[in-house]
Ligand binder design. Sequence first.
Ligand code: IMP
Length: 176
Amino acid sequence: MTAPRPGRVVIGEPELRARVTALGAEIARGYAAEPPVLVGVLQGAFLFMADLVRAMPIDLVTDFVRLESYGGGTTSSGRVRLAEDLATPLAGRDVLVVEDIVDTGRTVAALRRLLEARRPRSLRVCALCDKVGRREVDVGVDWVGFTIPNVFVVGYGFDHAGLYRNLPHVVTLEGV
Ligand code: IMP
């Protein structure tokens, strides 16, 4: 058996650059008054977050969470806990969750519940990719970069067993 390897390009570098830049400008227009708190979900969203904030010409605050799933096998169980929490209080703030991908929707639904409990003024979600066909939980995703088919992808933050996050584009994983 051969080890899984990165395969064909699903989203190329120029497409990523153009879309993330446009998305940043669009999202920024939704936060004209107070500086929002952007909550990046580690590790998958770290590259997306870095590019997104540089495309947002407004005052903003960045912070990160790291989630740990429990109670599930290979598929998302939707039961998550914060393995690393925010340093920023969210009460009364406008919060934007920056996620890598919404698949079943369970992770975003669980994170929403955790963060809503902190009484932010608003809580919105932005995801680089959306696998709409896989949705099991109807979570509100306010901004989506790309809708992609039901294929496992790596690169631009997405990993397989910790590898390939550093690839500059989003590609399929072959041989899984
Ligand atoms: P959900 O709870 O099913 O929506 O799962 C979302 C999480 O699954 C994402 O935050 C990713 O960590 C992971 N994930 C889903 N699809 C992919 C993929 O194609 N490549 C890498 N990670 C993925």
